[in-house]
Design a protein around this ligand. Structure first.
Ligand SMILES: *Cc1c(COP(=O)(O)O)cnc(C)c1O
Length: 373
């Protein structure tokens, strides 16, 4: 019997694979694979969630009024410039659906957020990946790759998975080169972890650049990954169109009210972020002392450019009880978690190195895979 006929593009598209064991094992894995906050929600947030929970026989406010107002205040911008989504990933999907005309193209860096090419493929948009240089966006080449068909360029800043950030000057020069008819989507999922000064944000691009949109999320620094809520800031006219495309009622009451409360508790949550940033420095320096190559990161994760060893190191970590994110052939991304989880990772990484490398002049041993068996 033949199967229903589905879009052929789906045959070639990979299914999303969460890191091994994260949702299937009996627990016990240290979760350093998804760049989540290691902090459980503050009491004020669990209380807001409980209050909202008592109303879920009703549909949510489709305009996300209270949250939009709170965000407008926090950023000092007009409410009409903000759209809320069920995670910034949903807003990325909305962006793709908004630009997807036959022949449309998108330019983004690679490796970067794994979902960009997937969402492009789903929307029928041709993706033009531009290789990173030393783990960082090559903005000049990205601008060169824009054609008359390019409807959007995405800059993931800081970049997932490498953690590098672009400078305000680099970004300014890039945006000046993008035609005003092409959207510039600045994915700032990790903005709160940036400590290079001055931190670059697309929010500084206002009226003069109606093609610039900025994506932010409550999933990382605000610790609400499980609730699925993020937002986009852009020109009011662009935002009005995006609101037409996104599904109404997609953002639950629970998520909306928890996000409002998270903004009220911002000062406390940013202290959590400060601690994560301190841990990032500690783990980075310890790895470098041990001989690892680790680019400086501006996000809540570190990137180990292990190339062909990436998959094996990922499996090694799983067997040590630590979930990390391997990008086969490229590297491994490890989230900065609690101090205890980070110590466990450092121990696992140290054992891998001593097992794999001979003490003699750092040469790799033959039979390098032995640590796996
Ligand atoms: C984690 C992440 C997001 C956030 O996705 P949500 O849907 O808001 O949870 C967006 N972009 C990048 C690059 C990310 O790493």
């Amino acid at each position: 019997m033949s199967l229903p006929r589905l879009r052929t593009v789906l045959d070639t598209m990979p299914s999303y694979q969460p890191s091994e064991g994260v949702y299937t094992s009996e627990g016990g894995l240290r979760l350093l694979s998804a760049n989540e906050s290691p902090y459980q929600p503050l009491p004020g947030i669990t209380e807001a969630i409980a209050r909202a929970g008592a109303t879920v026989n009703r549909y949510p406010d489709p305009g996300c009024t209270a949250l939009t107002r709170a965000l407008a205040q926090v950023h000092g911008i007009a409410e009409e410039r903000i759209v809320i989504g069920a995670g910034s990933v949903a807003l990325l999907q909305t962006l793709f659906q908004t630009i997807a005309e036959p022949g449309a193209e998108v330019v983004h860096a690679w490796p970067s957020f794994e979902l960009y090419p997937v969402l492009a493929g789903l929307a029928g948009v041709t993706s033009t990946p531009v290789p990173l240089v030393d783990g960082a966006h090559d903005l000049r080449t990205m601008a060169d790759r824009i054609t008359p068909h390019t409807r959007m360029v995405i800059v993931c800043n800081p970049n997932n998975p490498t953690g590098t950030a672009v400078t305000p000057d680099e970004l300014g020069r890039f945006i000046a080169r993008v035609p005003p008819t092409c959207l510039v989507a600045l994915d700032e999922a990790y903005y709160e972890y940036v400590r290079s000064s001055p931190a670059t944000t697309g929010l500084a691009y206002g009226a003069a650049h109606p093609n610039v949109v900025v994506l932010r999320t409550f999933s990382k620094a605000y610790g609400l990954a499980g609730l699925r809520i993020g937002y986009l800031v852009g020109d009011a006219r662009v935002v009005r169109t995006l609101r037409k495309v996104g599904l109404a009622y997609a953002v639950s009451t629970v998520a909306q009210q928890a996000a409002v409360e998270a903004l009220a508790l911002q000062a406390q949550l940013m202290r959590h972020v400060d601690s994560t940033v301190e841990e990032r420095t500690r783990v980075h320096d310890a790895l470098v002392r041990d001989g690892w190559t680790v680019p400086a990161s501006q996000a809540n994760f570190l990137w180990l450019p292990l190339g062909e060893d990436a998959a094996a190191f990922g499996r090694w970590c799983t067997r040590q009880g630590i979930a990390v994110r391997p990008f086969p052939g490229e590297g491994v991304r490890v989230t900065i978690g609690s101090a205890e989880d980070n110590d466990a990772f450092l121990t696992a990484a140290g054992t891998w190195r001593t097992t794999r490398f001979s003490a003699v002049n750092g040469q790799e041993r033959a039979g390098q895979g032995t640590v796996e068996k």
